[in-house]
Design a protein around this ligand. Structure first.
Ligand SMILES: Cc1ncc(COP(=O)(O)O)c(C=O)c1O
Length: 379
């Protein structure tokens, strides 16, 4: 946790808008995940925050990686470039999953040389993989309940359970090995029962596949969705881990490998923003502040991630409900219509916490404003 005083000092030293990443917190999150889910191999979902320094820290901790595009693959690959070829290949097979169920042909052709594990959720994709990345191992992504998640993913991804074993057998017929099953219960899930249901479904599909003669599945990938502690309403990770451990122990023999792809959980509380008041006004009687970061930049998660990031002042004083706007000319660029803030002046700094996931990652250059400068601490 970075203190308020330190954040303010960083803002003054480096200028704003600033995006501050605390690598101690990244390590703490990774170790907490490992501690409470010891059976699970942790594949950091790079999309949540693809800064190479973050990938590097998690690499050094021993993490594995979920990538969803060739540029993400390369960010991870940069860490193993120097390994002897054979060791590198083993590392890729053991520690990278390309977990985007729909891949462009060009990507498959480039990926093929690395013989990676890739996900799929339909017959078209299988044919594409067979033609353009025949050396890949495949994992079938299932459609599962996303009820109670902040970000719902199941409308776009996942095979219907009823067609799952047909797809597994089709892969086998094509000469591709289906290594196992994966799912995603929806991001920032508050409903732990989603994992219970999804694991039950996987166990029954393992059995159906075995009954129909397919015995090569050896892994279950429980995806992401692990909730970050944004506020007190979020139940502790150890409670969710207890539920998952119980189901894993009950449903899957020890020789079934278990993977997870946490994104948000590892990075959300490891980053902060510091920005500056660049203008102020009173609109409809409400104090309104224009800051130099907004929803086209570090606060993009407000739009893309359905997330909120309270804006706080370093200054003390009696507070009033105030509006906070981003710097661009779009009226959509609203950080908040109701923040409790003291009277602020031009050049005052403000900050937000727990803004590490799906924020800087989807920052744009809209209106000519570049993404916030990044500073890494406790590297
Ligand atoms: C395939 C896949 N895995 C993992 C994640 C990471 O999810 P989360 O950040 O909820 O842990 C995502 C997020 O969209 C995803 O699409």
């Amino acid at each position: 946790m970075i203190s308020k005083a330190k954040l303010q000092q960083l803002g003054r030293t480096h200028g704003t808008p600033l995006f501050v990443v605390d690598h101690d917190e990244l390590r703490r999150n990774y170790r907490e995940f490992r501690k409470y889910l010891p059976r699970v191999q942790v594949y950091f979902a790079v999309k949540a925050n693809p800064l190479p320094e973050i990938v590097r820290t998690l690499y050094k901790e021993g993490a594995s990686f979920d990538v969803a595009s060739m540029p993400e693959f390369k960010i991870v690959y940069d860490n193993i470039r120097g390994m002897p070829a054979r060791q590198r290949q083993e590392w890729i097979w053991d520690k990278i999953i390309y977990a985007n169920p729909n891949k462009p042909v060009e990507t498959l052709e480039e990926l093929n040389q690395y013989k990676p594990l890739v996900t799929f959720d339909n017959a078209e994709e299988l044919l594409k993989i067979k033609e353009h990345a025949p050396q890949a191992g495949v994992v079938l992504r299932l459609k599962v309940l996303n009820t109670g998640a902040m970000v719902e993913l199941s409308s776009k991804f996942g095979a219907d359970p009823g067609e799952a074993v047909d797809l597994i057998l089709m892969a086998d017929k094509l000469g591709l090995t289906c290594e196992g099953l994966s799912f995603h219960v929806g991001s920032q899930t508050t409903n732990f029962d989603n994992y219970v249901q999804a694991l039950g479904l996987c166990a029954s599909l393992f059995k159906e596949a075995r009954d129909r003669g397919y015995t090569k599945m050896n892994l279950v990938d429980i995806g992401g969705g692990f909730p970050a502690p944004y506020d007190e309403s979020v139940r502790p990770f150890r409670e969710l881990a207890k539920v998952i451990n119980q189901e894993l122990g009950r449903l899957f023999p020890k020789d079934i490998q278990v993977l997870a792809e946490p994104g948000r959980f590892l990075v959300a509380n490891a980053a902060y923003t510091v920005s500056k008041v660049i203008g102020k006004a009173v609109r409809d009687g409400k104090p309104s502040y224009y800051i130099n970061d907004g929803v086209y930049h570090s606060y993009s998660g407000i739009i893309f991630d359905h997330c909120k990031y309270p804006v706080r002042a370093f200054k003390k004083g009696a507070t009033r409900i105030s509006a906070v706007y981003g710097p661009t000319c779009d009226a959509l660029d609203v950080v908040s219509m109701a923040e409790n803030l003291p009277e602020l002046d031009r050049d005052d700094l403000v900050y937000s916490e727990k803004i590490g996931a799906y924020s800087h990652a989807s920052s744009t250059n809209f209106n000519g404003f570049p993404p916030a400068k990044v500073v890494h601490v406790n590297v």
